[in-house]
Ligand binder design. Structure first.
Ligand code: NAD
Ligand code: ZN
Length: 353
C-alpha cells in the first residue's frame, strides 16, 4: 500500500482547515488501521474550523480532524484477534486509560484520562485512521454505510434517551440539532408516548416533525412551558432530554419537567446556567443526570441492536455527500445551520442506500 495519504488538517493556530499529504499511520501490535469509507462533520469540527476559544485551549496543530466515521479494516497489529482485514467497522473515539477509578468501576466513558481521536490525536478525515483494537466496533454488514458514519452522535442520543425509563413516557427534547433530532427518533422507536421538541431554527423544527416529534414548539414565539403543561394536563413531561446547551432552554426544560421526572443533560452551555434548585429540582424530587459520550460499551450494543432491527429511520437527516477534498462547501453549509448531517468520502463517494 502507499506510504502517504491525504488528510484534512488544522495546520496553523488560526481559522480554517487544509488538505495535506501525510504518512499513513504506523500501527503497533494492538492497533487497527482502518480505510475510511464515510465520515461525518460534528459541531465540534465546526468549532475547530472557526478556531474559537475552546479550540485554542485544546487543539495542538498540526492535527487531522474527524471522529465520526466507518470503514474497512486495512491492517491489524500482531496481537489483534477481534477483527481482520476487510471487516466493516466504526470506533468509539473516546480512548480511556483502563486504570483510573472510573475505568475500574465500569464507567470508562468518564475516565479521568480520556483522550479523543480527532481532537487530541489524528482522526478520520483521511484515507486511513489508526484506532486501538479495544475501541474498534465491528459492524453488521447490513448496517448501511451512511448510518455507520454517524454512530458517534447517534450514540450520544441513544445514551441520553436510554439513561432512564422511556417506554410509555412523555418526553421533551430541547434543541433539534443533529443529536436532538436523532433523540426524537430513538425515543419514538423505544416506545415513548408523546415527544415534545423545542427549537428556534425553522428548518430544524420542520426536521423534528419528520423525525417523529408529536408537538414541535418555537420557544421564541410561544410560551413553551405553558404549552407543554397544557398538553400534559398540568403535570409536565416524564423526561427532559436537554440537547441545546442554551441556558433558556435548560431553564424551560426544568420548568416543564413533572415532579419525579428525570432530566438528562447532554447539551454543553458555554456559560453558567442559573437554576431554581428549590422548585425545579429539590421539591420536584427530580433526577438530574449529566450525559457524556457513549457508555463503553453498553450504548454501542444498544445502538447497533436498534439499527440491526431496523427500528431507526434516520433517512431525513442525510443531506449532501461530498468527496473529502470538497470539505469547504460542506463546512459552509453546516455553519449556515443546515439541518442534518453531511457525509464526506475520502476514498470515493459511496452509494446512497
Ligand atoms: P447543535 O448546536 O447543532 O444543536 C443545538 C440546537 O439547539 C440548535 O439547533 C439550536 O438552534 C437549538 N437552540 C438554541 N437555543 C434554543 C432554545 N432556546 N430552545 C430550543 N432550542 C434551541 O448541536 P448538536 O451537534 O446537535 O449537539 C447538541 C448539544 O450537545 C451541543 O450543546 C453540543 O455541544 C453538545 N454535545 C454534548 C456531548 C456530550 O457528550 N455531552 C457530545 C456531543 C455534543
Ligand atoms: Zn480511566
Amino acid at each position: 500500500m502507499a506510504a502517504t495519504m491525504k488528510a484534512l488538517r488544522k495546520m496553523q493556530p488560526a481559522r480554517g482547515l487544509q488538505m495535506d499529504t501525510v504518512a499513513v499511520p504506523a500501527t503497533g501490535p494492538t492497533d487497527v488501521l482502518v480505510c475510511v469509507k464515510a465520515a461525518s462533520i460534528c459541531g465540534t469540527d465546526l468549532h475547530i474550523y472557526g478556531w474559537d476559544r475552546w479550540s485554542q485551549g485544546r487543539i495542538k496543530p498540526p492535527l487531522t480532524l474527524g471522529h465520526e466515521f466507518c470503514g474497512n479494516v486495512e491492517r491489524v497489529g500482531d496481537e489483534v484477534t477481534a477483527v481482520k482485514p476487510g471487516d466493516f467497522v466504526s470506533a468509539e473515539m473516546h480512548v480511556n486509560c483502563g486504570h483510573c477509578r472510573q475505568c475500574r468501576l465500569g464507567q470508562a466513558h468518564i475516565c479521568q484520562n480520556l483522550r479523543i481521536i480527532g481532537i487530541d490525536q489524528d482522526g478520520a478525515f483521511a484515507d486511513f485512521v489508526r484506532i486501538p483494537a479495544s475501541n474498534i466496533i465491528k459492524l453488521d454488514p447490513g448496517i448501511p454505510e451512511h448510518y455507520g458514519a454517524i454512530l458517534d452522535p447517534l450514540g450520544n442520543a441513544v445514551h441520553t434517551v436510554l439513561a432512564g425509563p422511556i417506554a410509555g413516557q412523555t418526553v421533551l427534547v430541547t434543541g433539534c440539532g443533529p443529536i436532538g433530532l436523532m433523540s426524537i427518533a430513538v425515543a419514538k422507536a423505544c416506545g415513548s408516548s408523546t415527544v415534545f421538541a423545542t427549537e428556534t431554527n425553522e428548518a430544524r423544527r420542520a426536521m423534528a416533525k419528520k423525525m417523529g416529534a408529536d408537538v414541535v414548539i418555537n420557544p421564541a414565539s410561544e410560551d413553551a412551558v405553558k404549552r407543554i403543561l397544557g398538553e400534559t394536563g398540568g403535570t409536565g413531561v416524564d423526561a427532559l432530554l436537554e440537547m441545546s446547551g442554551n441556558p433558556m432552554a435548560v431553564q424551560q426544560g426544568f420548568k416543564a419537567l413533572r415532579a419525579g421526572g428525570r432530566a438528562s443533560l447532554l447539551g454543553i452551555p458555554t456559560e453558567n446556567v442559573p437554576l431554581d434548585l428549590v422548585n425545579d429540582v429539590i421539591f420536584k424530587g427530580a433526577t438530574v443526570q449529566g450525559i457524556y459520550g457513549r457508555r463503553m460499551y453498553e450504548t454501542w450494543v444498544e445502538m447497533t441492536a436498534l439499527l440491526k432491527a431496523g427500528r431507526l429511520n434516520l433517512e431525513p437527516l442525510f443531506g449532501q455527500r461530498a468527496p473529502l477534498v470538497q470539505f469547504e462547501g460542506a463546512f459552509a453549509k453546516l455553519q449556515e445551520g443546515l439541518p442534518g448531517k453531511i457525509l464526506l468520502y475520502p476514498n470515493g463517494v459511496g452509494r446512497s442506500n
